[in-house]
Write a protein that binds this ligand. Structure first.
Ligand SMILES: Nc1ncnc2c1ncn2[C@@H]1O[C@H](COP(=O)(O)OP(=O)(O)OP(=O)(O)O)[C@@H](O)[C@H]1O
Ligand SMILES: [Mg+2]
Length: 234
């Protein structure tokens, strides 16, 4: 019997994953600025919304208003009641408002884990995005503490039976890469003055996967992955 898979919302990427993501686990999407991490994460949660699932998107760097504006242009329906967006970006008002509900998501990974658990008391979410995790890493004082907290976060998410997608900048993602169940890397190459985009899966526990770098494009309808083509470099 084959394991159950869930769609990333991007058919070409599901093909590279040999059917999709194994649910109930934590995954990492890493890439340089502008490679499409937020867009990929949005495809992932929206695939849940289309199934009538409740999903949670925590934005830590891009303010909710910008995110809504940019993602609506790509055709994502962000006003669906199954889609919950939490803006945990630092704002000036934060220091004026004495009790801001969402601050706990941004402070550190322990507080965020607790905040997510509390959210589950109201609603069960099948998919969660933390975009990006980098912000929470920077608040940790010691690497060992971050590692411990990150592992505890993974275990909590598994207990909640939710599938989590974290985004991250390329540098210093080593701890996360070891601890998560799968890693998707978005790359941009400069090929004789033109931008070529390529996606690669570097890890997928419990499954085989396509280990080639496959071309992808960001279009007016979001990300398209060409799983049957090769990236051509000069
Ligand atoms: N309609 C479109 N056609 C082509 N490219 C687009 C379109 N809309 C957005 N883009 C491109 O998508 C990229 C932004 O994607 P996204 O915000 O998902 O990236 P990101 O990796 O999350 O970036 P950051 O690191 O800044 O958070 C930009 O490079 C932008 O030019
Ligand atoms: Mg982004």
């Amino acid at each position: 019997m084959s394991v159950q898979r869930i769609s990333t919302g991007i058919p070409g990427l599901d093909a590279m994953l040999h059917g999709g993501l194994i649910p109930g686990r934590v995954y990492l999407v890493k890439g340089a600025p502008g490679t499409g991490k937020t867009t990929l994460a949005m495809h992932f949660v929206m695939a849940g919304v289309e199934n009538g699932e409740n999903v949670l998107y925590v934005t830590l760097e891009e303010p909710a208003e910008n995110l809504k504006a940019d993602m609506s242009k790509l055709g994502f329906k962000l006003y669906d009641p199954h889609f919950s967006l939490i803006d945990a970006t630092p704002t000036a008002e934060r220091y004026v408002l004495i009790t801001d509900f969402f601050e706990e998501f941004a402070e550190n990974i322990e507080k965020m884990t607790d905040a997510i658990k509390r959210q589950f008391q109201e609603k069960r979410y099948t998919r969660i995005v933390i975009d990006p995790i980098t912000m929470l890493k920077l608040t940790a004082t010691k690497e060992i503490e971050y590692r411990r907290a990150f592992l505890s976060f993974i275990k909590s998410m598994m207990r909640l039976k939710t599938t989590v997608l974290l985004t991250s900048e390329v540098e210093r993602t080593d701890i996360e890469e070891y601890l998560v169940s799968g890693v998707i890397e978005l790359k941009a190459f400069n090929t004789s003055g033109r931008l070529t985009r390529g996606v690669r899966i570097t890890k997928l526990r419990g499954s085989s996967f396509d280990d080639a770098i496959r071309p992808y494009e960001i279009t007016d309808n979001g990300i398209v992955v060409y799983h049957d083509r090769m990236v051509t470099l000069p």
